[in-house]
Design a protein around this ligand. Structure first.
Ligand SMILES: [Zn+2]
Ligand SMILES: [Zn+2]
Length: 456
């Protein structure tokens, strides 16, 4: 059996009731730092403030838990576990002792996938499914049954005269596209894949002959993903060595008292592995008394963060067009600059088109602007921290009153342009810092080589 859309169908009231039930049942499992009230209130916050944006619209998920939150799988498991507790009680009322006892001992579940071996009548099975579907109005179970064989998770279970056999189960849609060997992952990750897939086959497949057949299929799948034969065969050899009893029921290896301190870096095959350097620095840090106390409890392990892959770079949940910035006149009738303003989104510097990345007017401050002489069409690049309007007023003064002139462009515009020119602010800084603005001006002068900036 499995639950239809489990995550989105757990109502917050059911989920919180389930959490409370388990907290009350196993209070000693919870760290003393967290009170029951705290956990319930925190969960309530996570569950009720679930928002996301798509295509520039914001949404609030009203029902169920989000798929991506850290608490979702645990929360869903605890909720179904709680419903199971109710189910065990109800089966005692509905069925005789033998049937209810058999249900309790044969019922298995992994998250929302459930499994049961049914030795009772078909009528009772139907009654049991109905009982499951009456546990909560929003949680619905669907059932698949067979008297020969049935898949559960990645296992195909087959019934024989005296026993059950298990085989690995691949969904019909499984294309076996395991991580490609040339993929940008740490080499130990890729080396571990053949071993772990082989180990899974050795764990699941009960018949030795079928196991060997599955392992040879695995070899084909991995060769298709360009794994070298040597790595595949080594992985399989290692996996076959393990005793199946141990594989089915592995004993946890003893964990040491040393806590692990992961050194997380973003994986890039071109980067030098800095773990050994950090280990040496660790000794430097330990010369400090306080740091020694902190570090003696930990051991460093090398840990890799996945870099942004093509999917993460290319997939976005917003589709809006990028805002097109432009230069406009301020349209104030008293403005003496409007008549000189060139408008639009792009400016042509001879052979270079420049697209503006901010909305600007005569009133914009901290801009780099370009003046074009009306006579010859040559350019001058300047900067201003005050409004462009104020700066242009000064330019006009200098053109009209030779005694105030400080820069050569004023004389040129007076004679060649007969006082006529146009101005276009093409870059705006998001800071008042004069040093940064002058650096930017210098950069553009070097890049665009406006002829009126050079001294005559
Ligand atoms: Zn204006
Ligand atoms: Zn000119």
């Amino acid at each position: 059996m499995d639950v239809t859309n489990l995550y989105t169908n757990i109502t917050t009231s059911l989920g919180l009731k389930a959490l409370e039930y388990w907290i009350d049942k196993y209070p000693h499992k919870i760290h003393c730092r967290f009170s029951k009230q705290f956990i319930l209130e925190a969960s309530d916050i996570v569950l009720k403030n679930n928002t996301f944006s798509f295509d520039d619209k914001h949404y609030e998920q009203r029902k169920g838990t989000a798929m991506g939150t850290k608490m979702a799988p645990t929360y869903a498991t605890l909720t179904l576990g709680y419903l199971e507790e109710i189910m065990y009680e109800k089966t005692k009322q509905h069925f005789d002792e033998q049937t209810s006892g058999s249900i309790k001992s044969h019922w298995k579940r992994y998250l929302d996938d459930c499994f049961i071996i049914w030795n009772d009548s078909d009528a009772n099975l139907e009654a049991f499914v109905n009982l499951m579907n009456d546990l909560d109005p929003d949680i619905k179970f669907t059932m698949d049954k067979s008297s020969q064989s049935i898949p559960f998770l990645d296992i195909l279970i087959t019934k024989h005269e005296e026993h059950l056999s298990t085989d690995i189960y691949y969904k019909p849609t499984d294309t076996h596209q395991y991580l490609h060997f040339s993929s940008c992952h740490p080499s130990h990750t890729k080396r571990a894949i053949p071993y772990n897939l082989a180990r899974r086959i050795c764990t699941i497949v009960s018949d030795k002959e079928i196991r060997d057949k599955r392992l040879s299929e695995l070899k084909t799948f991995l060769l298709q993903q360009y794994y070298p034969m040597g790595i595949i065969e080594d992985g399989i050899k290692e996996a076959i060595k393990l005793d199946r009893e141990y594989l089915i029921n592995p004993t946890r290896s003893q964990t040491s008292d040393l806590k692990i301190l992961p050194l997380v870096t973003t994986h890039n095959p071109r980067n030098k592995n800095i773990t050994s350097t950090v280990r040496q620095l660790n000794n430097v840090l330990k010369t400090d008394e306080e740091m020694t106390k902190v570090l003696e409890k930990y051991t460093f392990i090398n840990s890799k963060r996945q870099p942004r892959n093509l999917r993460r770079i290319l997939c976005k949940s917003s589709f809006h067009q990028q805002h097109l910035y432009s230069v406009k006149k301020c349209s104030d009738l008293r403005c003496g600059t409007c008549n000189y303003m060139k408008t639009g989104s792009t400016f042509n510097f001879g052979n270079k088109d420049f697209t503006v990345k901010a909305d600007m007017t005569c009133e914009s401050k901290n801009v780099i602007y370009c003046i074009t002489c009306a006579g010859c069409g040559q350019f001058y690049i300047g900067e201003t921290g005050t409004t462009l309007r104020t700066r242009i007023r000064i330019h006009k003064q200098h053109i009209n009153q030779p005694e105030y002139r400080k820069i050569n462009v004023s004389g040129h515009l007076d004679i060649c342009g007969r006082g006529q020119f146009s101005v276009f602010p093409f870059y705006q800084l998001y800071t008042d810092n004069v040093v940064q603005r002058r650096e930017k001006e210098k950069y553009f002068i070097k890049l665009l080589k406006p002829s009126l900036n050079s001294s005559l």
